[in-house]
Ligand binder design. Structure first.
Ligand SMILES: [Zn+2]
Length: 296
């Protein structure tokens, strides 16, 4: 049996804290999961809890396609025949999961990038949903939360629980992993702004504990983002190459690299450089076959 128990957050909304937070909505025609955990084992444990409680699984709505959120899809779909729903861009990655390590590496990935940490088992997405408004066939609502990934969406239940995917990280998670993955810094900042104004009984980050008030957690996430932007732009007071800036990030935030961390932290650094360049804070130049970034 799993070493976690479902926690009731609303009248018909549950949290399954599998390591990554999975939501469960007791719909009239069956249970809807929000994400499915990190791997087959998470799927198996979720299945045990579903069986134990007499919940029949009808649908999984994925907030986004990262392997730690869709890793239980294939097992659960095979076992229960449930449908899977996701936004258009995320659906492509869920259906063809080699896209995730390919996207992060920028070419066909080498084998060490193809473990379950970055590449989930494929599952079949039967319903492409809009990233905003009612999720067809359910009484759930999609809330657009892009930034961490291309078309990430939050899921709001009728009893007021917002599953925010990785638009927010719990404070305890930020303390341990201060450089969290981002694809688009500008979109993520707009998402944080949206989360600040959204009314909900509970806000559930993808990783970490649920909170009643989004405000303080939004502020902590924004402060972490600003600190990273500061480290990057300060280091670029003299011309610096990508690998040098990456090494500085690893030094300041005590990050140890391996192939997966390299593409995740590296991708995040590219997101910050793109954002800083678009704001006119840094600009690239080319010298002796190197791309150098410098504060403009
Ligand atoms: Zn995640």
């Amino acid at each position: 049996m799993p070493n976690w128990q479902p926690e009731k957050l609303g009248e018909r909304t549950w949290l399954l804290p599998t390591g990554v937070n999975v939501g469960l909505w007791e719909g009239r025609e069956g249970a809807v999961l929000i994400d499915s955990g990190g791997d087959k084992e998470s799927g198996r444990q979720i299945r045990q809890v579903l069986d134990q409680r007499g919940w029949s699984l009808r649908l999984i709505v994925n907030t986004h396609s990262n392997a730690d959120h869709v890793g239980g899809n294939a097992y659960l779909q095979k076992q229960t025949g449930c449908q899977i729903a996701a936004t258009r861009l995320e659906a492509a990655f869920i259906t063809d999961p080699v896209l995730e390590p390919s996207f992060l590496w920028g070419a066909a990935p080498f084998r060490e990038l193809q473990g379950k940490f970055l590449q989930a088992a494929p599952s079949s997405v039967g319903a492409v949903i809009p990233d905003s408004g009612p999720i067809p066939g359910t009484d759930l609502e999609a809330v657009p939360l892009p930034g961490h990934f291309l078309q990430m969406t939050g899921v709001l239940t009728p009893d007021g629980v917002l599953f925010a995917g990785d638009a927010l990280f719990g404070e305890e998670v930020l303390a341990k992993h201060p450089v969290f993955f981002l694809y688009d810094v500008a979109a993520h900042l707009r998402t944080l702004q949206r989360l600040q104004t959204l009314a909900a009984q509970w806000v559930v980050p993808g990783h970490g504990r649920p909170v009643r008030e989004a405000g303080p957690l939004v502020a902590a996430n924004r402060a972490a983002l600003e600190r990273i932007a500061d480290v990057v732009s300060s280091f670029c007071s003299r011309p610096a190459g990508f690998e040098e800036i990456l090494a500085e990030l690893c030094r300041v935030f005590a990050i140890e690299l391996n192939p997966s961390q390299y593409v995740l932290v590296g991708g995040t650094l590219r997101a910050y450089l793109a954002w800083l360049a678009d704001r006119g804070t840094v600009r690239p130049s080319f010298e002796s076959g190197r791309m150098l970034w410098r504060v403009s």
